[in-house]
Design a protein around this ligand. Structure first.
Ligand SMILES: C[S@@+](CC[C@H](N)C(=O)[O-])C[C@H]1O[C@@H](n2cnc3c(N)ncnc32)[C@H](O)[C@@H]1O
Length: 249
């Protein structure tokens, strides 16, 4: 990437970050140039800035987990609007912990479990739990394999959904820096979502509402997969793409 391809708002953010690191407004030139080099090597701005706002909390971000996307803030909003006083929530594939932590803030009386297959992601989520002073129950699990309870009011998941064959066409910012475990959704991109639905069915979960963030091209297929569930709804994001599925079991 060339310097002239970086928009001024990114340069301004890198300058502010350099000032934050050195702790003053003047002698930040050397640090700024180091940050600039990282950005020119395609490192995502958010990893360089080290934290992002998510809904109404702050989330530390680094290469241990996916950078939370704005669409996921809307997933949290959907859960807030459509759940009344949930007592038990589980976030499957928690990554940085953004969904689980924000739900704990919105529903302080709820017990929130947050699981991930990646120990690295779990360590970042734990840091975010401490930074935000929000207590959640973090543990390692391949989808619901290590989950013993079946009485969650809410199951939420934003699982990897990019088909393996298209990973190489992703921007360098994504494929070279964000964890592959957070991106690769198997041959058709729906490997983990389908497995999760099957596990919920096999474990006989009851009185549960499932909230999924999905790729728009998979939405109708997943809705068909949920044909034996009730109140299955497809919800569009703010730019009219089919990005969320809500279903009751
Ligand atoms: C798309 S990222 C989403 C992270 C976070 N929930 C968010 O919305 O920003 C998917 C997450 O699922 C995790 N994951 C992938 N395969 C998994 C599996 N088999 N079991 C549990 N978690 C898994 C990844 O490690 C990653 O943290």
């Amino acid at each position: 990437m060339e310097l002239k391809s970086l928009p001024e708002h990114e340069l301004a953010r890198l300058r502010e970050k350099a000032k934050e690191i050195v702790g003053n407004q003047e002698d930040y030139g050397e640090v700024y140039s180091g940050l600039l080099t990282r950005r020119l090597n395609h490192e995502p701005l958010q990893y360089i800035e080290e934290y992002i706002p998510f809904y109404s909390i702050q989330i530390n971000v680094d290469s241990r987990a996916l950078i939370p996307r704005p669409e996921t803030e809307y997933l949290v909003e959907l859960i807030k609007e459509r759940s009344s006083n949930p007592q038990k929530i589980i976030d499957v594939g928690t990554g940085s912990g953004c969904i689980a932590l924000m739900l704990k803030k919105l529903f302080p009386d709820a017990a929130v479990d947050a699981i991930d297959i990646s120990d690295e992601a779990l360590s970042l989520a734990n840091e975010n739990s401490l930074v935000n002073n929000l207590e959640i129950n973090l543990y390692q699990s391949d989808l619901l394999e290590n989950v013993t309870s079946t009485d969650f009011d809410v199951i939420v998941a934003n699982l990897p959904y990019i088909p393996t064959s298209t990973l190489s066409s992703l921007d360098k910012e994504v494929i070279e820096f964000e964890p592959l475990l957070a991106l690769d959704g198997g041959t058709d991109g729906m490997l983990y979502i389908n497995k999760l639905i099957t596990q919920i069915e096999d474990k006989n979960f009851e009185n549960t509402t499932l909230f999924l963030e999905v790729d728009e091209s998979h939405a109708h297929h997943i809705v068909s997969r949920l044909s034996t569930w009730s109140e299955v709804k497809l919800v569009k994001d703010l730019v009219e793409r089919d990005r969320y599925i809500i279903a009751k079991k």
